[in-house]
Ligand binder design. Structure first.
Ligand code: ADP
Length: 517
């Protein structure tokens, strides 16, 4: 047989039975054994036609014998179009050409069996020289099963992903040896982080929860899980990239090797921000309700107690008047009538103040932005006579803020605080009242300060309670600061007093929230 150089063998498409026999005969014994014993289908291709195949080819393609292939083209055993949309014949010619040029090819291919059913295959195309002639060897491996498994896996992964999305549940895996942390897509979503810019590592993850007490608790739980091998759970606060606070719930467990040394820790993360927010809101509401309840109890007690006092006075003196009238002691009767009249006046004032207190209600009414300067000017105009009588000088911050609230009510607050400052200025030689305020990131702060009699720290809370006054003989009824506090709180703000003690002056500071967008 004449030896040929591989490169000078042109491909042609006609295959004679004699040539097929010649090729088979030319295959060396060892290759022949391999060829026949292989469980994959093996074809020898010349040009674009099969010139030989093994028995597995017959079996895999469901053919009757090898003659079903010899002289036929590969695309005759393929659907016209491949799953990637390419034309089977065109693509097969291209692949055969590339392999013939010495570029081995490996690709997936859709085939048709004799019974017209399809199967997926992995095909390797290599150039093969047999007895000096150049052929192609095509090894066709049936991968239908693998494909089905892959498809099933893809589907189950998709379902799992969908379920995790619905449950807002992510999972993570921390390789403790390398320090690498793997996050599922959902974890990035929960933390609102971009997988392209955020690398999950222990330090970067811990930085999401910058509260030392939380980190400490987290560390203790991790240690427990590592030492006991138990499943751990925790709820943790974290910061979203916009600075707002979120909450997640995590379950996690250590993974150990045969020597019981820790390899990794894996866990789940569930977004519980909405639930937690609702819980916190409910807790805050309960707390407010408890406070209101206590306030109400105190209020009922105080009202009944304070209103009873003048009544007791009135009743007492009425009794004495009866006795004194009987013995016609008119001068003392007149004195007692005077006392009764005072007690009833006192009661009227109390009732008026009480009415005023209840009028403040729980809603501030119309809100508007008002320059504090206007309110202060009006209040000072109203209180000018009292200020002059006591020769009090007033210093006003030139940059008073604009406040947001009900004008009438906020005026009431300012008037009340200045009135008190005047009332409790005492006998200081240089009486002064200062009024100021500013906007902060959080709210608007306003203060009214005096250099008067001051307040002992133990009374800082007491003075804001209804009917509570520190000096029983002072002129007021002890309702003013209760009304002030109520108005500020109804606006969503808060008030407190600062004083270094008796004769050190007092500073009343209140905070009003900024308008909501
Ligand atoms: P009233 O002034 O009618 O007694 P308030 O509720 O306005 O009632 O004040 C309660 C108590 O707080 C006052 O009785 C007084 O003892 C104390 N107080 C209020 N303002 C001042 C102030 N600027 N300096 C010192 N004590 C004050």
């Amino acid at each position: 047989m004449k030896k040929h150089d591989a490169s000078d063998q042109p491909f042609d498409d006609s295959v004679q039975q004699s040539e097929a026999d010649e090729v088979l005969a030319g295959i060396e014994q060892s290759y022949r054994t391999l060829f026949e014993a292989a469980s994959d289908a093996i074809f020898i291709v010349k040009g674009n036609r099969f010139v030989a195949c093994n028995q597995s080819a017959v079996t895999i393609f469901g053919c009757s014998n090898k003659n079903d292939f010899i002289g036929h083209s590969p695309w005759e055993f393929s659907p016209p179009i491949q799953p990637d949309g390419s034309d089977s014949k065109q693509k097969a010619i291209m692949l055969v050409k590339a392999a013939s040029d010495g570029y081995a090819q490996r690709f997936e291919w859709k085939h048709i069996k004799k019974d017209k059913t399809f199967f997926d295959a992995e095909v390797s195309l290599n150039r093969l020289t047999l007895d000096g002639k150049v052929y192609l060897q095509a090894i066709v491996r049936d991968i239908s099963m693998r494909k089905q498994n892959e498809q099933a896996l893809l589907e189950s992964e998709a379902r799992l992903k969908e379920a995790q999305q619905m449950a807002q549940l992510g999972h993570w895996y921390w390789d403790v040896k390398t320090g690498d942390v793997d996050w599922s897509e959902e974890v990035f979503k929960i933390f609102r982080l971009d997988p392209n810019t955020f690398t999950p590592q222990i330090d970067s993850i811990m930085a999401l929860s910058p509260w030392p007490e939380d980190s400490q608790r987290h560390k203790e739980l991790m240690d427990k899980v590592i030492t006991t091998g138990e499943v751990g759970t925790f709820e943790q606060r974290f910061l979203f990239p916009d600075g707002s606070t979120g909450y997640y719930y995590s379950t996690f467990q250590g993974i150990f090797d045969q020597n019981n040394s820790l390899i990794a820790i894996q866990g789940t993360v569930q977004d519980i921000t909405d639930r937690k927010m609702a819980e916190l809101e409910r807790e805050a509401l309960i707390k407010t309700l408890e406070q209101k309840n206590a306030e109400l109890e105190r209020f009922t007690y105080t009202v009944s107690h304070d209103l009873k006092t003048p009544l007791v006075t009135i009743e007492g003196f009425l009794g004495i008047i009866k006795e004194q009238s009987a013995i016609k002691n008119l001068p003392s009767v007149m004195d007692y009538l005077e006392r009764i009249s005072n007690a009833s006046k006192k009661m009227r004032t109390l009732l008026q103040d009480l009415l005023e207190f209840s009028r403040v209600g729980s809603s501030p009414g119309d809100y508007q932005s008002i320059p504090l300067q206007n309110i202060v000017d009006e209040a000072l105009e109203l209180l000018k006579p009292q200020l002059e009588i006591k020769s009090i000088s007033v210093n006003i911050d030139p940059n008073l803020p604009v406040i947001y609230g009900n004008k009438e009510r906020i005026s009431e607050v300012i008037i009340n605080l200045i009135e008190n400052a005047i009332k409790y200025i005492g006998s200081v030689s240089d009486p002064q009242i200062s009024i100021g305020g500013k906007d902060t990131n959080k709210d608007t702060v306003v203060y009214v300060k005096d250099n008067g009699i001051g307040i002992k720290p133990e009374y800082f809370d007491k003075i804001f309670r209804l009917f509570d006054k520190l000096d029983g003989n002072s002129e007021g009824s002890g309702v003013g600061l209760s009304i002030v506090k109520r108005i500020v709180e109804v606006h969503g703000g808060s008030i407190h007093v600062e004083s270094a003690g008796p004769d050190q002056g007092s500073k009343f500071i209140f905070y009003l929230p900024h308008p909501r967008d």
